[in-house]
Design a protein around this ligand. Structure first.
Ligand code: TRP
Length: 359
């Protein structure tokens, strides 16, 4: 069986380098391998609203921003179907049916949801946790299953969502004695560092914490963000420490041997630099200067392509519209099968059955 690949992002801001190494690069890789039947990328505006109910304009404005990021990193509308969650009504319907297969304690046990609730202060604010927010993994299960996706390229913070989706699939197929839903697995980056790239302050990289480097950042912004990375104070000749060293975490995620050739020819690769750094004699300013070059080299072509693409927004809207149309066909087909399995397609058979019963 060929893969059906699906993944998505909330349109709450531009995408950053954490998205890039954690998931976007993997998507481009999968796209170019071509070993799939279809590949969907979903702009999850419904999910974005689960903690932005009062701010729909923010979500509305970021749909194009996220599309620009997608296309700028090399995702190709000829190979990938881009679609908009709220315009695929089958996803909301599926969510309602799946809700009955998940308990409240199970929903609140999801570790990613738990930490997001903490980060947003929902647990110590009087208004409490929006139900839609606590249950967004169920809606995410609808996203995945509607397309019968089996391979989900995500960062490891999404692993609990994938796990919960598998549970819903099993429960649905068991309860309604069907095999219409397909189990999925995640596709994670092979480089551990890339799974959860920290922000420039070593906390989780997050728009709300203001610690992200964006794929659209200008060179001087990248420079000042890299320079804001904290380093452990030490004398130049003292050994450098790699443990918890954010600049080196970023070098691990982004630097290539080509970068060394171009910007730091004293070393052939990162391992050599690490060994020398640990001996002492290399200052953190030097490391940051190299990291600046690496980050600028990585981001500049993306940013420039993004600028070019933004001159023709109509084409981007058309791509999203066409993709959403195609996505509706897939999702409606699954919804039909789901309702059949549940016996809630109230068709001619239903009429006949009920008339007979009363005659
Ligand atoms: N939860 C994902 C995030 O926060 C976004 C998302 C929505 C998603 N639906 C999805 C990811 C389906 C993978 C599959 O980034």
């Amino acid at each position: 069986m060929k893969n059906i690949i699906l993944t998505g992002d909330r349109p709450t801001g531009r995408l950053h380098v954490g998205h890039y190494v954690g998931s976007l690069k993997q998507r481009v890789l999968l796209q170019n391998e071509g070993n799939y039947e279809s590949m969907f990328i979903l702009i999850a505006d419904i999910q974005a609203l689960t903690d932005n109910a009062g701010n729909p304009q923010k979500v509305r404005d970021n749909i194009i921003e996220v599309m620009l990021d997608y296309l700028a990193v090399g995702l190709d509308p000829k190979k990938v179907t881009f679609c908009l969650q709220s315009q695929i009504s089958a996803l909301s319907e599926l969510t309602m049916y799946y809700m009955n297969l998940v308990t409240l304690p199970r929903v609140l046990r999801n570790p990613t949801v738990k930490s997001e609730i903490k980060m947003r202060g929902f647990d110590d604010n009087e208004e409490g946790i929006p139900v839609g927010f606590a249950t967004y993994p169920i809606s995410q299960a609808a996203d995945i299953t509607a397309f019968k996706a089996n391979l989900i390229p995500v960062g490891d913070d999404q692993e609990p969502m994938i796990e919960q989706t598998r549970e819903i699939v099993r429960s649905f197929n068991r309860t309604y004695n069907t095999n219409c839903l397909v189990e999925c697995k995640s596709f994670l980056p092979t480089n551990n560092i890339c799974m959860r790239l920290p922000g420039t302050d070593n906390a989780k990289m997050s728009k709300s914490l203001n610690n992200c480097i964006y794929l659209s950042d200008e060179d001087d912004v990248i420079k000042s963000k890299v320079n804001s990375i904290k380093s452990f104070p030490r004398l130049l000749n003292e050994p450098g420490v790699l443990d918890g060293n954010i600049a080196f975490i970023y070098l691990d995620a982004f630097s290539t041997n080509d970068h060394f050739k171009k910007y730091y020819p004293e070393f052939n690769n990162l391992n050599e630099l690490k060994a020398a750094y640990q001996k002492g004699g290399i200052g953190d300013g030097t490391i940051k200067k190299f990291l600046c070059n690496v980050m600028i080299d990585t981001i500049r072509p993306i940013r420039e392509k993004r600028k070019e693409l933004s001159k023709d927004i109509k084409s981007i809207l058309d791509i999203l519209e066409d993709g959403t149309k195609k996505a509706n066909e897939y999702a409606n087909k699954t919804l039909f099968e789901v309702k059949n399995a549940m016996g809630i397609n109230y068709d001619e058979n239903f009429k006949k059955e009920q008339i007979e019963k009363y005659s």
